[in-house]
Design a protein around this ligand. Structure first.
Ligand code: BV8
Length: 269
């Protein structure tokens, strides 16, 4: 189907769900998880985005997240983020009779910064700009924090060539942000941790109780679960799938190949 036909078809859809991955923010210059060079030179994000890694070496893990916070703050939302944000605002107009929800796997905050209506945006894997206390006394309270650096020891040079300081030992905790009762951790969902129940409930409710006509699967390798499972949930209920990726896919009604920062605005105009 041509893009023109897709646009015509999309305008007749009443319930649209977007599932967003790192590929959407690639257009803003942010590394993807599995792309060339990965997220942090010779470190594998999968090895660092786990509770065990934080337990083993909180200092290294905080340097990894300080680097990503810095890069995300320097990045700007691109036209793909803005296109989804416009659709979220259109769905606020009762005249549009459009129900829309974005499930983002990204933790970079770019969709929110693009003006996406917050009631139509679920951050499945948390945010780089949320910090959580690890102490029981604080009941693991989550705070929103966009300070860069979070603590002086975690300042990242703008040149971006920031690598872990080998002289730092795991015990070098002054490099780690703390609150009065304990060590803080990044407020993201690590591998092996459950997604926030509120987020899962809201995503399930949208898919189960509304008939999703169209799902936009944008810049994701669909390799992380349970996020990837939403595609099958929509498909099994008769929803059609449009994949926006630099790689072509045959597992869908529409495969829109290219940089999502360019293809998505055209498809949602
Ligand atoms: C959990 C936050 C259970 C941290 C992230 C089945 C069911 C449930 C779980 C599992 C399961 N099988 C395996 C699991 C375990 C695990 C998992 O999925 N493992 C994978 C590796 C197999 N899942 C979990 O652990 C989840 N938790 O299930 O808990 C539980 C329940 C109760 C009690 C206890 C436990 C938690 C998963 C969340 C992990 N956290 N992020 C951080 O960011 O540091 S995931 C992280 O990786 C991102 O958030 C993102 O979701 C993922 C990366 O994926 P993508 O976004 O797709 O990025 P990727 O680089 O892979 O792909 C980019 C794509 O874009 C490519 O296709 C590329 O072609 C394309 N692209 C590139 N450039 C562009 C482009 N497209 C368009 N334009 C471009 N310019």
């Amino acid at each position: 189907m041509s893009l023109t036909e897709f646009i015509a078809d999309r305008s007749r859809c009443k319930t649209i769900l977007a599932l967003v991955g790192a590929g959407l923010s690639a257009g803003s210059g942010l590394d993807t998880f599995r792309g060339a060079g990965g997220l942090w030179n010779n470190y594998n994000a999968m090895d660092l985005a786990t509770p065990d890694a934080f337990e083993r070496d909180p200092c290294l893990v905080w340097q990894f997240y300080a680097y990503r916070r810095h890069c995300a703050l320097k990045a700007k939302p691109n036209s793909g983020h803005k296109a989804l944000s416009q659709l979220s605002r259109l769905s606020l107009d009762p005249e549009s009779r459009l129900s829309f929800l974005t499930l983002t796997q990204n933790v970079d905050g770019l969709s929110a910064r693009a003006g996406h209506d917050k009631r139509a945006l679920l951050e499945l894997h948390g945010s780089l700009f949320s910090v959580k206390c690890t102490s029981f006394e604080c009941a693991y309270k989550n705070d929103f924090n966009m300070d860069d650096p979070l603590v002086p020891a975690l300042s990242v040079p703008d040149s971006g060539d920031y690598l872990p300081d080998p002289s730092l030992s795991p015990e070098d905790l002054p490099h780690c942000p703390r609150c009065k009762t304990g060590l803080l951790r990044p407020g993201v969902v690590w591998f092996g941790e459950p997604l926030p129940f509120r987020v899962i409930d809201m995503a399930d409710e949208f898919i189960m109780f509304k008939k999703v006509d169209l799902m936009l699967v944008i810049g994701t390798s669909l390799t992380v679960w349970p996020a990837a499972g939403y595609v099958d949930m929509v498909k099994s209920r008769g929803g059609r799938i449009a994949i926006f990726n630099t790689e072509t896919s045959s597992e869908c009604e529409w495969s829109v190949e290219g940089n999502a920062a360019e293809t998505l605005p055209k498809a949602l105009e």
